[in-house]
Each structure stands twice: as structure tokens, then as C-alpha cells.
Design a protein around this ligand. Structure first.
Ligand code: PLP
Length: 355
């Protein structure tokens, strides 16, 4: 008998994979709410800025043409704002991570990931045939530079997320510098939430040849649906990245939206102020331990409830949050709650107080 074509597929593509948030519409229908507070995916609760919308609408008119291949407009705008570091851009930071992994990882390579954290690093590495070594964070979810270096010093590639998803933990730039000095490979520092914190890792780029800083337009600029991410990379690595990337990875409408969004910094500033205000209220008013963090979400320990139980109980009150049970290396009793619009945060606070 012929073997099933299913047997052709590598086991890492047959089960497991990225865990998506529950659908807000499903929760709304199940529990009879006209609108659910969507606090599970760390999205900006406001529509994209007017400048982003207008630029995207304009770009649609030229979509019979392929986009520019070098994303010059976006890159120039980013360099104007953040400094003249080499930049690459892709379909979300996820797309950038995938390309970095493709450029560096071959079958059997070991890649080190500071954990618990965002799952996609591991998924991208496994898909490329690499192996993942998770290094547990230390007390209060801080990265312990010594144990990280002990595991990562000879790895081609390693990952640290700061502020970390889902714990919110911010790593001091001195610790990152110390790690960069003591590893031979490349460190991918995921800064998806850095705009909500008070740290700045960009000065490290001028000092180290083995640092990549990944950033995204999905969170602070409210463009999650457009899928725009970018990374500051060492000069020597940029041609390698470009060689490994999918042609036309970033579509013309998304690129235009990103340039438009970056030209309206007041939009991001308003959201950052909103997040800072609510993060303080959350840490003061939630009657459970809240991990201190620098992101647009907080992680809460609901022990003795499991994350799943807490998530279900909150869903019944019209609030969608993320259970952290799928993050390996974290206990079972955690949820992650994004800072949404005022009404969403208010509804969450009343729900958690009466849980
Ligand atoms: C949201 C997120 C990303 C991915 O962002 P996209 O640009 O939407 O792909 C990357 N890293 C972390 C830690 C995130 O939370």
C-alpha cells in the first residue's frame, strides 16, 4: 500500500504550533454580550491613525505594481526617528524573526531562548530544523546573565525578549551589554513593547556587532492587521538578511501605512500615556499579585485558580484575556491582560475584583 502523503510532513508541522487568542465574537455569542473587552492579544484598542489610513488608501491605487524591493521610504523614516542604524523590514516582526532564523540556522543547530517567553522563536527555529534550548529566567523573571551566557556563548543565535512577553520584565541595558560581550553568536533582542518602557537599547547597536533589535508597528502604532515589523541589524548582516528574505515580503499598502503612522507620533504618545496610567491603576487595584512590567499588558497570578479557569470566569463577564498555561516554564495560575480602551479596563477591573 502507498504510504499516506501525511507521512511526508515533518512531525513539527503535524501538531502543536502557535496558540491564538479565542475569538471575541465566539465569546460574545456564547455569553450574550454585544461587545467583549478584547484584552488577550496586546493590541492597540484604537483604529490606526488618520495619517496611516490615508497613506494606505492612497497606496492601494498603485497596487497593480509590485512594491519597491528595498522598503526605502520606511527605512528612511525609521532612521530619521531612531538614528542611522541599518534597518530591515518584513511582514510583522514575526516575518523578520523567520528571515533571521532562515539566514542563520541550519539542521541540528542549537538556538538558545530565555524562557518563559513568546513562543514564535521556538516555532521558527524548529521549522528550520534547529533545536531550541530554553534557559529559565531567575527570581522575579529577570534574565540571569551568567546562566544565559553559560548556555548561549557558543550558539549561533539566541533570543531575549524585553519587555518580556508574558511577564512584562524589563532587562537592564547593562545586562544585555554584558551578555553581548560574552557570547560569540548573535543575540536577537525582541523589543515589541519597548516603547511602553523607560529603557532604550539603541545605543548598544553602535557598540556591538552581534546585536539585532526587533521592533513592530503592531502594538504602539496600532497596525497589527497590516503586519509590519522591522529590525536594526549590524551593517555586515544586512546583505545576508536580504539574501534570505522572501521577495516583496512587505506589501506596498502596509509599508505606506507604516510611514504614515510614523509621521504622527502624537498618536503613539497618547496611547503610551494611556497605558502608563492604566498599568498603575491595575497594579494598585487588582487584588492579586501583578508582576511589575514595562509593556502594554500585565501578568497576574491568580493562584489557586488556573489561568484557564480564570480566563473562563472572566469570559462569562464579557472580558477576554490570555491564559498563560501555554507558556512553558511558567506556573499554571497566570493570566496576561492587555491594557485596552477605558471601558474595557473598567469592565476587567470590576470582573477581577468579584472573581
Ligand atoms: C506581538 C509580538 C511580536 C510580533 O509582532 P508582529 O510584528 O505583529 O509580528 C513579536 N514579539 C513579541 C514578544 C510580541 O509580543
Amino acid at each position: 500500500m502507498k504510504p499516506s502523503p501525511r507521512s511526508l510532513v515533518r512531525s513539527c508541522f503535524l501538531d502543536g504550533g502557535y496558540v491564538f487568542a479565542e475569538k471575541a465574537e465566539d465569546i460574545a455569542a456564547k455569553y450574550g454580550f454585544s461587545e467583549v473587552a478584547r484584552l488577550a492579544s496586546n493590541e492597540n484598542p484604537s483604529p490606526p491613525s488618520d495619517a496611516a489610513q490615508a497613506a494606505a488608501a492612497e497606496a492601494i491605487l498603485s497596487c497593480n505594481r509590485y512594491p519597491g524591493t528595498t522598503h526605502e521610504e520606511l527605512i528612511e523614516k525609521l532612521q530619521e526617528i531612531y538614528g542611522s542604524y541599518p534597518v530591515v523590514a518584513g511582514a510583522g516582526m514575526d516575518g523578520v524573526i523567520e528571515t533571521v532564523v532562515r539566514a542563520l540556522v541550519t539542521y541540528g543547530d542549537s538556538v538558545v531562548v530565555s524562557s518563559p517567553t513568546f513562543s514564535f522563536y521556538g516555532l521558527a527555529v524548529t521549522a528550520q530544523g534547529g533545536m531550541v534550548e530554553y534557559v529559565p529566567r531567575g527570581a522575579s523573571y529577570a534574565v540571569d546573565p551568567q546562566s544565559f551566557i553559560a548556555a548561549a556563548w557558543d550558539a549561533k543565535l539566541s533570543f531575549i525578549c524585553s519587555p518580556n512577553n508574558p511577564t512584562g520584565t524589563v532587562s537592564p541595558p547593562e545586562d544585555i551589554a554584558y551578555i553581548l560581550e560574552n557570547i560569540n553568536g548573535i543575540l536577537f533582542l525582541d523589543n515589541a513593547y519597548v516603547e511602553f518602557s523607560d529603557v532604550d537599547y539603541l545605543p548598544l547597536l553602535g557598540r556591538y556587532e552581534n546585536l539585532i533589535i526587533g521592533r513592530t508597528m503592531s502594538k504602539v502604532y496600532g497596525l497589527a492587521g497590516f503586519r509590519v515589523g522591522y529590525a536594526f541589524v549590524p551593517e555586515w548582516f544586512r546583505p545576508c538578511y536580504l539574501r534570505a528574505e522572501t521577495p516583496f515580503a512587505l506589501n506596498a499598502v502596509s509599508e505606506a501605512a507604516a510611514v504614515g503612522a510614523l509621521s504622527d507620533p502624537a498618536y503613539a504618545d497618547r496611547y503610551i500615556a494611556h497605558v502608563t496610567r492604566w498599568r498603575r491603576r491595575f497594579s494598585e487595584e487588582i487584588p492579586y499579585p501583578v508582576a511589575p512590567g514595562g509593556a502594554n499588558f500585565v501578568m497576574i497570578d491568580l493562584d489557586p485558580l488556573t489561568g484557564r479557569e480564570a480566563m473562563d470566569a472572566l469570559a462569562k463577564k464579557g472580558v477576554l484575556v490570555r491564559s498563560c498555561e501555554s507558556f512553558p516554564g511558567l506556573g499554571e495560575s497566570f493570566i496576561r491582560v492587555s491594557i485596552g480602551a477605558d471601558w474595557e479596563c473598567e469592565r476587567f477591573l470590576s470582573a477581577i475584583v468579584s472573581l
